[in-house]
Design a protein around this ligand. Structure first.
Ligand SMILES: [Zn+2]
Length: 188
């Protein structure tokens, strides 16, 4: 049986037995926070549970590394939507120790792409279009620096509300401990 089949079969049971009732909430977050965390599998539940957050409390955006890589990319747009349209009035960027994206080197991933059928010609075309694939696929040396950079991009975005605090934190995926890197209340 395929994974998709298993997932959909479970879903049918889930709906029929009304399991969804314990997750019922509305679209506006109770805690009025938008959280940007890494897509690391260890953090899927840990990043919110470690802060006492429940389904319906926050807007949660997850991507590789919890990084704002482009000021007009979809992560930044999601933050702006959360703030302007969905009632979020604080933002938190949460990186984590032992981040797979942080350790990412572009060369092995490009080798993987080639091994799986992406042609040399495609890379040349992208290069001629001024797309710096190596830079795009590069992780970071320090999680604290990466968070500080992303917090700065959000805080100083031309479309961001000036008085919305933007916090930066690092979580330890082994025990859920969250350390403060930037206190957004002090940066106003
Ligand atoms: Zn990560």
């Amino acid at each position: 049986m395929s994974l998709l089949h298993d997932l959909l079969e479970f879903n049918e049971q889930f709906v029929n037995s009304k399991e969804y009732e314990k997750y019922v909430t509305d679209k506006s977050p109770d805690k009025k926070l938008v959280l940007i965390s890494c897509m690391d599998t260890r953090l899927t539940e840990l990043s919110t549970k470690a802060l006492g957050l429940r389904n319906g409390d926050i807007k949660h955006i997850q991507n590789a590394g919890a990084v704002i890589s482009h000021p007009y990319g979809s992560t930044m747009r999601s933050i702006l939507v959360a703030v302007y349209m969905l009632g979020a009035d604080e933002v938190m960027v949460m990186g984590h120790h032992d981040c797979g994206f942080g350790a990412l080197k572009p060369e092995p991933m490009i080798d993987n792409m080639k091994a799986r059928g992406i042609t040399e010609e495609t890379f040349e075309t992208l290069e001629h279009s001024d797309i710096d694939i190596k830079n795009w696929l590069k992780g970071f040396d320090s999680v604290e620096e990466s968070i500080t950079e992303s917090v700065g991009k959000i805080k100083h975005h031309p479309l961001m509300v000036a008085d919305v605090p933007v916090h930066g934190t690092v979580i330890n995926p082994a025990n859920g401990k969250v350390d403060l890197v930037i206190n957004g209340y002090e940066e106003e």
